[in-house]
Write a protein that binds this ligand. Sequence first.
Ligand code: KE4
Length: 435
Amino acid sequence: MNYSNSIEAFEKAYQVIPGGVDSPVRAFKSVGGTPLFIDRGEGGYLYDIDGNRYIDYVQSWGPLIFGHCDKDIQDAVMGAVQNGLSFGAPTTIETNLAQEIVSLFDVIDKVRFVSSGTEAVMSALRLARGYTGRDDIIKFTGCYHGHSDSLLVQAGSGAATFGNPSSPGVPKDLTKHTLLATYNDIASVRRCFEESADGVACVIIEPIAGNMGLVPASEEFLKMVRQLCDEHGALLIFDEVMSGFRASLTGAQGLTMVKPDIVTLGKVIGGGMPVGAFGATAEIMGYLSPEGPVYQAGTLSGNPVAMAAGLASLRKLKSHPALYVTLGNRAKRLMKGFKDAADSVGIPLVTEVRGSMFGLFFSPDKITNFEEALKNDTAKFAKFHKGMLDHGICLACSSFETGFISSETSDEMIEETIRVAYLVMQEIKGNQVEE
Ligand code: KE4
């Protein structure tokens, strides 16, 4: 593959944008090489500015469940654009999209739109704290909920469950209210509740974690988290920014009996445009300004063009419920192909699928939490990522991310990807032998 134009573009970008990118994961830091600069997308394909074509399994990190340039979504956006880009006033299209979301999630009576997943989660946390009158929150190591200060937290020293900032610029006075538990480990959650001096406002979890690689929570674990929240009067927040409309038409909630109190959404509900959302019962959402005392706002919240993209995306999903069976079967076929390719040269690999989401770890053992995920062979993943890219397959550029199947990821693309995986696994094995 010739990447010369991307290399030149990256050098230019680097002069005027920190790290040359507007979001760190795009910089290819954990896999090496130069990030691709994209010219356009078309269905299941991406084209970079060197004219290389890739089968796209990133899909803008999840939003593009109908692939690139979906006609229905594009038409909806172009139609909205004719009327103007933004008004800073209510429009009926916000109500229409809210009605679609309310009709799908039985725990949501009302929903508020924002412009990113980070904003949705930040607002949901403030709502939970305002509703309960408590400051402490519990999150899980390895779960990513966007970059709001309370959530940029890493495990404290020793067994301490109280969080330390994971980034400079985040006040310790803030993160001391964030307690850290281990995913799929209910004893660690119980310990956080016990260690909270003033009581816990909420537990926030990715019910299907997609930011430590794909690591689903067990049903039993989710049930026990729900039970602990009920015992302690804490709210349970399901962060479904990624899993929403990707694991099923109702995200993880379509696959578990456990019900949250607040849901955060994003990605697919914007159809590729900047949209986030959070929803809950009318009683909880009634605490939000202007009805209630919890302040939350946004200039472009509910932007009519973004709403048009999201509404077209959701209505298309609702009218094609069987799509999830197709996407799931393709994801399973792909992961079986990767596993068979790895097995054919004796490379340890474990895979996971949930709906249209898939994950792989170069590990001999199934991964159930972040500490285990950290042990996976990231160097081998980097070789796999580069080898696949050189053969026209675009996978997420970190082993701590999730891959996606869209409606435009055809069976032929899946088979081509598997064929290439065999080649790359053999290359990796061959290089191992030389090393
Ligand atoms: P945004 O602010 O990036 O729209 O959403 C934050 C967020 C919240 N919750 C979950 C479960 C998420 O996965 C995300 C964002 N996901 C990452 C990909 N793992 C976005 C990619 C990026 O950071 O560039």
